[in-house]
Write a protein of this length. Structure first.
Length: 326
């Protein structure tokens, strides 16, 4: 356990020089640990797994096998970016698994939030296990565990392990970031040359858009979540709010309301916008988004997103509202 405790003497990685020193040291350690064997990594495209991947590519190149599972609940453009950055730019050994139908079929008709989370988590392990079984001669499993996961502080659920793999997998763990705080992981990612939008990305829950498509997920409502989220992110980036607001996203509830489009009555879904600031996700305040920007985003969402006729802004701090809606 002692190597899971950050030594008091460990300097905080706050500069590119310190990040480069960390990278050099880790590369030597990883080469020593891994030798000429193979390492497997579940690469979600989030900050932590992306930094682990980039570090391991530098250390052991094609001995790293990355598996990216597209479960259909990722944000617009994310699976494509993972393939482009890791296969295209870094020449990684990357297996892309299109598991969209499989996840959405399993989730069909399931409305209870914790049940949805369990299904998504369990199915993820199953898909990963199947891919792992197809591979031969893998001795190591890399994970993007970071120090807050070990401390288990706050309500942000640890999501960095593929714990739950059957016992016959006798992988040795490789966790190069396990003593780093998030800002240090970002500094290392920057120094490794990962794209800024990957390194400074806002927190994204493991179950992804699945908990933002309220109740039983349907493909059309899920697309409305994905498209409205993309518009919100684009407008926040254009207007200087990206990197300033801690977390922002859209939600599509499972009820409709009346509206009017081109003189005809409509009966469609609302989109709810959430934009919050927090230190530790235990409490949160609502971002004071300029009203004109909210109006512009509303106009774009109602005209560009299919099946949506209304946009609401959630003014509720935490408490009493949680950050997510389920
Ligand atoms: P709440 O909604 O509890 O969210 O105020 C606090 C933070 O945790 C994230 N969150 C999750 N992260 N798996 C995750 O990896 C989950 O099931 C999950 N649920 C909530 C949420 O996005 C916010 O940052």
């Amino acid at each position: 356990m002692s190597n899971n405790v950050r030594p008091e003497t460990m300097e905080r990685i706050t500069t590119p020089e310190l990040a480069n020193a960390f990278i050099e040291e880790k590369i030597a350690e990883l080469r020593e640990q891994i030798g000429n064997k193979k390492v497997l990594l579940a690469l979600s495209g989030g900050v932590d797994s992306s930094v682990v991947a980039a570090l391991l590519i530098k250390a052991v190149g094609k001995q790293l096998v990355c598996v990216h599972v597209n479960h259909g609940l990722l944000r617009k453009g994310e699976p494509e970016q993972v393939v482009e950055v890791f296969r295209g730019q870094m020449d990684a050994n990357l297996i892309y698994v299109d598991a969209v139908d499989r996840f959405l079929n399993k989730l069909e008709g399931v409305a209870e939030p914790e049940k949805k989370r369990k299904i998504i988590g369990a199915e993820f392990i199953r898909v990963f296990e199947e891919e792992a079984r197809k591979l031969e001669g893998i001795d190591f499993l890399a994970q993007g565990t970071i120090y807050p996961d070990i401390l288990e502080s706050g309500p942000v659920k640890a999501h960095h392990n593929v714990g739950g793999l059957p016992d016959d997998f006798k992988f040795e763990l490789v966790e190069p970031l396990k003593l780093l705080f998030k800002d240090e992981v970002r500094a290392v990612g920057d120094a490794l040359g990962l794209p800024k939008n990957m390194v400074y990305r806002q927190p994204f829950p493991g179950p992804g858009l699945g908990v933002r498509c309220i109740g039983a997920i349907t493909r059309d409502r899920l697309e409305a979540v994905r498209e409205s989220d993309a518009i919100l992110r684009e407008e926040f980036a254009k207007n200087g709010l990206e990197g300033k607001v801690w977390q922002y996203f859209t939600i599509v509830p499972d009820f409709k309301s009346t509206g009017v489009i081109d003189g005809k009555r409509s009966y469609d879904w609302p989109v709810i916008i959430r934009a919050v600031n927090t230190r530790d996700a235990m409490t949160a305040t609502v971002e004071d988004v300029p009203f004109a920007l909210l109006q512009h985003i509303t106009q774009r969402i109602t005209s560009e997103v299919k099946g949506v006729n209304r946009v609401l802004y959630d003014l509720t701090p935490k408490p009493t509202g949680t950050i997510e809606w389920e």
